[in-house]
Structures are given as structure tokens and as C-alpha cells.
Write a protein of this length. Structure first.
Length: 413
């Protein structure tokens, strides 16, 4: 599954650019007014200019946005989103066309291979093992024992739970990658709502707060909280440890994401990168993944690569490292994997994705979209193309739920 491109059905069409409509209209109107309305005309003209200004300002602001990454995934997990954008720049009003120096001088770093090197932590050399596949592919998978200490695991779980608690004050807003996905989810849950595009908050594919709250009891999801390089001391030490142990370069890494899976929740089969036709791939996609289990899981919760015949049982502190792209930057379909449902216990992991080709905004906390309107500390749940385990709760907002996102991504490259 996660294979081909899938994702986002959005049609770029239907939203008429708001700016166009508003800005033209007032102009034509006024001309014909007699002198008395002069002030009115001037006022209208000023408003029109202001509207134009705001429109251009905002569009320059939102285009170059990036995604985060999220693992987030979209459709079939496309991390594409995550990768996409590199050029985020902060919109200065006189933006004109000067290229900011950090953009002009940006040198992308390429990550086309990795190699496990035994490192020592507190005098102990960490043991690692390659996981053998019954099939030949460009994917190499390893486990490294005690990659995080019990203390580190416990602290990461504690921080994660703290954020869940803060965000639990508000019900999440539910977002879907498309209307058909919403329909499929409702059907599967035997919920008899008749839904149409009108049920989405304008400009997004999210449901409003009250509808989201109504649906909440019927859905299950995993929970993800994220932090970015440099936001705490651990992030720096951890990125260095990964680099020493695997050769995965810090500057090719994205955010750090902690995810928890309650009983009954897993995550469907997907690849961490988007599979394209050979040679047509997006190099700013996820080359490799470093996943560490933060505690044991009594039953279930394994990470399985069904096509490679590899299955890893969660064990506290154990790192699972694999590449999803080959040396030429093609996403390897055989890297397909899934998180088995937790049957007993509670699964916690921390993951970081490493990109084949780095980009300017990689590893930087992306700006948040203005839509939908939401409270502070209101979480988001994103569900993509329906399949078991396709909904994920996030403390972080990105652009996956904005209807024209895909069109924007195309313009951004
Ligand atoms: C990028 O590479 C060029 C050529 O090697 C170098 O002159 C420049 O300083 C580098 N820029 C950055 C931001 O490292
Ligand atoms: C929220 O969405 C539902 C379903 O579209 C709609 O019936 C309801 O009126 C909306 N509520 C608000 C407050 O907009
Ligand atoms: C590899 O092993 C898995 C699990 O044992 C199996 O489902 C798959 O068909 C195998 N693939 C090949 C090519 O033997």
C-alpha cells in the first residue's frame, strides 16, 4: 500500500481566489458616481488597495510554507508533505525579489547511505544486529540495543504525557484528507451522517469543533508530540549519538516525534517516503528512519516489514534503524511497514526521519496555518485514506488539512 502516489484528492479548483474577487470589484463600481460620492469613492479605492495589499502579503506568506513533517503523512503516508518545501522565508513587506542570504547560500546535504558503528555509552559498547530479509532489496535494517537509557526513555515518555495532558483540555479538531475518506470512515464506523464538502470548515478539510467532538468517541488514534533540533539539550545530544552510531547526518534530520499507541491502535502499512516511478522521485524525502521503543509492550505493537519478512518486538531503549530510499534517491516500495495494533500494554516510541537531500526548512519548526480557527492548545487529528489505523492525533498543526495544499506544494518547488 503505501506505494504509489495516492494521496490528496483535492481539486485545486473550487476556491476562487478570494483576492481576485474582492480587489476588482470595488474599482469598477466607483467610476460612475457623481461628485458627491467623491469621498466614498476615495474610501473605496483605499479599501481596495488595502485588500490587494493584504492579499499579496498573505499569499507570499503562505506559499512558501513547508511542511513539516511530519510523519505525518498524508495519503498513503506521504511524507511528501513533509519534505516539500524548502524555501520558507519570512515575508518582509518589501519582499520584492531579493533572495535572502540563507537561501542563496544554502548547500543541501545528501544522505545516500548509512553505516552502523558500535558506539560506547557509559563504558558499554552497544550491541547491534542486522535484520535479515528473505528478499533482496536496497533496504538495510538494524537494531541497536540500549540506544536510549531507561532514564532517557522515562523522561521522553513523561514529557509526551505532559503535552497530552495540556492538550487534552480541548477536544481535537478532526481533519480528513478528502471527503471520500470522511465518508469511508463514517461508513466503517456505521455512523449515519450524510456529509458533503459543506461540512468542512471553509478552506480546509477539517470538521468544526462541535462535529469533531460528536465523532470523537467513535474514533481511535495514536498520539504524537514533536520537538525540533535545538529546542532542548536532549535533541542535540541525541542527534549526535545517532550520527556517531549510524552516520546519519544531523543536518539531514527533521523533527523528533514521540508517538504513543493505546490498546487497539496501530498504524497501517506505509512507506516513509513516497513511491514514484524510478528516477522521478523527490529527493527531499525520507531516506532513513531511526525509531526507538521507549518501553516494552506486553502484547502486540510490533514493527513489521511484511514484504521483507522482518518483525521487531518493542523493547525499552531498542533502536530500529532502516533506510527507505536507495542510493539514487528512489523510494523503495519493499520498505513497506506497519505498526501492529497494541493488544496489551501501551506503546511509546520516538522517531526521527533523515532526508536524502536536506532543505532549508528541514528541522525547523514550521509556521502554523491560520486555518482552521482554533483555540490555543487545541489538538488536531488527521485521518488519511481509510484503512485500519489511519488517524493520528498531533499537538502540532501543519498544512495537510488545507484544501489547496497539494497545488501549493507543486508551486513551491
Ligand atoms: C556553500 O558552499 C559554498 C561552496 O563550497 C561555500 O562558499 C558557501 O560558504 C557555503 N554556504 C554555506 C551556508 O555553508
Ligand atoms: C458544525 O458542523 C455541523 C456539520 O456540518 C453543522 O451541522 C453545525 O451547524 C456546525 N456548527 C457550527 C457551530 O458551525
Ligand atoms: C518473506 O517472508 C514473509 C514473512 O515470512 C512472507 O510473507 C513473504 O511472502 C516472504 N517473501 C518472499 C519473497 O519469500
Amino acid at each position: 500500500m503505501a506505494s504509489n502516489v495516492s494521496r490528496r484528492t483535492n481539486k485545486k479548483s473550487n476556491s476562487i481566489k478570494k483576492g481576485d474577487a474582492t480587489s476588482n470589484q470595488p474599482k469598477t463600481k466607483k467610476k460612475s458616481h457623481p461628485g458627491k460620492a467623491k469621498y466614498l469613492v476615495i474610501c473605496l479605492a483605499l479599501i481596495a488597495v488595502a485588500v490587494c495589499f493584504i492579499y499579496f502579503y498573505r499569499s507570499s506568506e503562505s506559499k512558501p510554507l513547508m511542511k513539516s513533517d511530519s510523519p505525518k503523512q498524508k495519503g498513503k503516508r506521504s511524507s511528501k508533505s513533509t519534505t516539500s518545501t524548502d524555501k520558507t522565508r519570512s515575508p518582509t513587506k518589501d519582499d520584492a525579489k531579493e533572495i535572502p542570504p540563507e537561501l542563496k547560500d544554502f548547500n543541501a546535504s545528501i544522505q545516500k547511505e548509512f553505516k552502523i558503528t558500535p558506539i560506547k555509552i557509559e563504558g558499554q559498547t552497544l550491541k547491534f544486529q542486522e535484520l535479515k530479509s528473505n528478499l533482496s532489496s536496497s533496504v538495510r535494517a538494524y537494531v541497536i540495543e540500549n540506544f536510549l537509557s531507561d532514564f532517557e526513555c522515562d523522561n521522553l515518555m513523561r514529557v509526551h504525557k505532559k503535552y497530552l495532558e495540556i492538550f487534552s483540555k480541548n477536544d481535537p479538531i478532526l481533519c480528513f484528507d478528502s471527503l471520500p475518506t470522511l465518508k469511508k470512515n463514517l461508513k466503517e464506523l456505521k455512523l449515519k451522517y450524510k456529509v458533503s464538502n459543506k461540512d468542512f470548515i471553509v478552506g480546509t478539510t477539517c470538521l468544526n469543533e462541535s462535529f469533531s467532538s460528536q465523532l470523537k468517541p467513535h474514533f481511535k488514534w495514536s498520539y504524537s508530540t514533536a520537538f525540533y533540533p535545538g529546542e532542548n539539550k536532549f535533541s542535540t545530544a541525541y542527534a549526535e549519538r545517532i550520527q556517531d552510531a549510524t552516520g546519519l547526518k544531523q543536518q539531514n534530520g527533521g523533527k523528533f516525534q514521540i508517538t504513543s499507541y493505546p490498546i487497539g491502535v496501530g498504524y497501517k502499512s506505509h512507506t516513509d517516503c513516497i513511491v514514484y516511478e524510478k528516477g522521478k522521485g523527490e529527493l527531499r524525502d525520507r531516506y532513513a528512519t531511526v525509531l526507538v521503543y521507549l518501553q516494552d509492550v506486553e502484547e502486540g505493537g510490533e514493527t513489521e516489514f511484511p514484504l521483507l519478512g522482518i518483525k521487531v518486538k518493542p523493547k525499552k531503549g531498542l533502536a530500529l534503524v532502516w533506510n527507505s530510499m536507495d542510493q539514487d534517491g528512489n523510494c523503495e516500495p519493499l520498505s513497506l511497514h506497519d505498526a501492529k495494533k497494541v493488544k496489551k500494554g501501551h506503546k511509546y516510541i520516538i522517531q526521527r526521519w533523515y532526508y536524502y537531500k536536506s532543505f532549508l526548512t528541514l528541522g525547523k519548526r514550521p509556521p502554523e496555518p491560520s486555518l482552521p480557527k482554533r483555540k490555543r492548545e487545541q489538538p488536531r487529528v488527521s485521518c488519511d485514506e481509510y484503512e485500519q489505523g489511519s488517524c493520528r492525533w498531533y499537538d502540532e498543526w501543519n498544512y495537510d488539512h488545507i484544501k489547496e495544499y497539494a497545488a501549493n506544494v507543486r508551486n513551491m518547488a
